[in-house]
Design a protein around this ligand. Sequence first.
Ligand code: PMP
Length: 460
Amino acid sequence: MTLKSNRSLLDIDRDHLIHPVTSFRAHEARGATLLQSGKGMWLTDMDGNQLLDAFAGLWCVNVGYGQDSIVEAAAAQMRQLPYATGYFHFGCETTVRLAQKLADLSPEGLDHVYFTLGGSDAVDSAIRYIIHYFNAIGRPSKKQFIALDRGYHGSSTTGAGLTALSNFHRLFDLPHAWQHHIPSPYPYRSELTDDAAIIARSVQQLKDKVAELGADNVAAFFCEPIQGSGGVIVPPKGWLKALRDTCTELDILFVADEVITGFGRTGPLFACEEEGVTPDLMTLAKGLTAGYAPMGALLMSDKVYQGIANGAAPELAIGHGFTYSGHPVSAAVGLEVLRLYTEGGILANGRSVGRRFAAGLNAIADHPLVGDTRGRGLLGAIELVADKDSKARLDSALKIPDRLFAQGYKNGVIFRSFPDNIIGLAPALCASDEEMDEIFARIRKTLDDLLEEADIRAAV
Ligand code: PMP
């Protein structure tokens, strides 16, 4: 037997660590890239390479790496009280204060907060509470759920079915029979060029789906205000409000999944704010603790809360909960992160550097490989094509996403490289203008490098 201490970390990783959303075989062949430390916008890997992180980890490290005040808040909470269950009516001040902050900062009417460990269990909790709600108010037929193609709602057994990415369904027996999808608005790939027409079509598609299933059978519609993992699909302004209003009209619940868009990512604290939208439920995670500790949240309107409360048998606890719901250390991190966004000026910085980000996206649109750039705030995408006029995609045999990511890494920039040759960008809100310019300079160099390769040049 091999002595474990004699093996390299990369071998140990191959043998023992299963990576999320990764092909086991591809990982065995390629091995891991181990990151060592981070400061601000910069990461250092185990070989000492310095990298500009244009993706905030996984769209989460919104305040940048190395914020000492967060470390201190977590350590102080661990010293004082590392754990308090929320079961048995227990709790602790830190968690209560964070719930109060979220109720205060979120759209009017979302007053009740259920804490989770991340986004997937926030979505799963939304689904469970919605089922419970309709049973509790005596409308048990409302059990069908609708979401968008290209949507992402996490990786739980329920949420992964609302997610509409093929690798989350394939061989997982998903979606469930009670989960349905309508087309994504995807303006760049829509034959409609008029924003109003794109919005009207989404509204009609939702109405048609509800009519097909029967309004008495439909519980809720879930959507991201901007679709993240589906390739940063930015719907026209007004789309979110129109879909919200349609749900009200159809008497179904509207759930905004703001796991990515929350906490300043698109400019305002929440993307719903921009259109004056109050969802019936809202899911949050990522920016809530900026990746410094795991935490998510489900915000619930009073209507849903009261429906569940009234329906509960007084002697029976409502059977939904996690050991770590409202974990005090994560809550302490969340409180400090929220302080950094507001009093620490990070939201304001994000809005300001967001203008530089938009300028960078605009400027790179002239590159021969770029078909579309899109974004809002500090969330953006660059979509590569073989032909700008026809919008034809580059042949998948060219394996552009892998090559793009590898070349970017070589050039010292980390971004997301999506399957349809879409570069996803979500830099931290603490970036300086100079760092933003550097991100785009490195991306441009990466695209130039790819274009130098004979097979890619021949394809465009
Ligand atoms: N919803 C959305 C919109 C997300 O982007 C994600 C994560 N990328 C999730 C839910 C799931 O969150 P988590 O990975 O924290 O479980």
